[in-house]
Design a protein around this ligand. Sequence first.
Ligand code: ASN
Length: 482
Amino acid sequence: MKKKILACLLILFPIFSLGVVKADTVKSKYVIASDSSFAPFVFQNSSNEYTGIDMDLIKAIAKDQGFEIEITNPGFDAAISAVQAGQADGIIAGMSITDARKATFDFSDSYYTANTILGVKESSTIASYEDLKDKTVGVKNGTASQTFLTENQSKYGYKIKTFADGASMYDSLNTGSIDAVMDDEPVLKYSISQGQKLKTPIAGTPIGETAFAVKKGTNPELIQMFNNGLANLKANGEFQKILDKYLASETSTDSTSTVDETTIWGLLQNNYKQLLSGLGITLALALISFAIAIVIGIIFGMFSVSPYKSLRLISEIFVDVIRGIPLMILAAFIFWGIPNFIESITGQQSPINDFVAGTIALSLNAAAYIAEIVRGGIQAVPVGQMEASRSLGISYGKTMRKIILPQATKLMLPNFVNQFVIALKDTTIVSAIGLVELFQTGKIIIARNYQSFKMYAILAIFYLVIITLLTRLAKRLEKRIR
Ligand code: ASN
């Protein structure tokens, strides 16, 4: 027996030590960003867990190499930005190695080869690229397929429509708002195998090998560990098992589904936990940011009616700048722009949490509007009152506190309630930075089951109920204060 074990070890030792440079973990945990819907590489199963080749692969490699990971799934474009801004350490998302990307990313060894291919509805008459003249082709932003489409646009004369995620792109194709999509061949073929009524009339074009990536010059040990782990998984057959699990049989991936998701009841039953957690994030975002906005807004609002010109000017600049920038850009600037800028001067990655970035963006945005509400409220109180009070020798501060503000507050209250409703709705906009609030939660669910009509109806009702309840509550409070 002992001899047998010894013999086994002697055979195995050279295999494991063969050319493998051991890399050590530097961080206690690596954040890995990925796509949100890119089956069979990454997608949510009906138990609301992310699965797919990439998810299984990175988990198996982390286990094999002994490092900790945390996976986020903000979508391909957002995942790319997250790695570049230092929010994430690596990206695994069926990502193709292209020459352009080599300038900003370091890639691992490849684990797959993919083509980009055109997908159209089963009933479509499009049979060649020439047939795409004046038609609209959808593509995911930041992808190799997008580069392919842009490069060939003048040759074939189609229009390009870019999407943030695969789910909304395929939804648009199904509803006929675009005529075709360009996506990775395994992804399109997989969706067809899952019952999507699509076809691929033209043969695919190679876009490069698929690999794991890190921001150029960062986390070299992560690439080394990925390569070592991949080699081990290939040698022990586990890699092939992962591929077979998702590619060999057409229905093998979603056997966990027990609830029928084609009815509203089924959708709720299967996803209520996820929806409630999204709702929790939405409410937290709205309430926290609104509380902060009230404080900042009142300060700037008071500045705007101050007797000091400098304070009035500061307030004017704040309101003009924040009001002049769309909320989505403000959120993207805080979440991706600022960390990227800090890194470019300090050389240190300094990521900001998505919830914090979303809260800051929402707070600043609402504060600018609240400052205007405060200014409007104060100015609506006749100036004569201030003048009369001052001529009686009462100070500016006291007049404000005792005479002007009590009247102004009453005038402001309905506007505050209004602004809160707007703030709550605005939380959907910050889903653009990958924050999984209620709207994003719904989109993720749709990415899995394509039930956009029913799911968006559910979301609309969720918001309607919440907003109605909160406005009722606010109205009561308002009455009491009056
Ligand atoms: N294959 C795509 C690319 O590399 C990745 C994706 O869409 N997730 O651009």
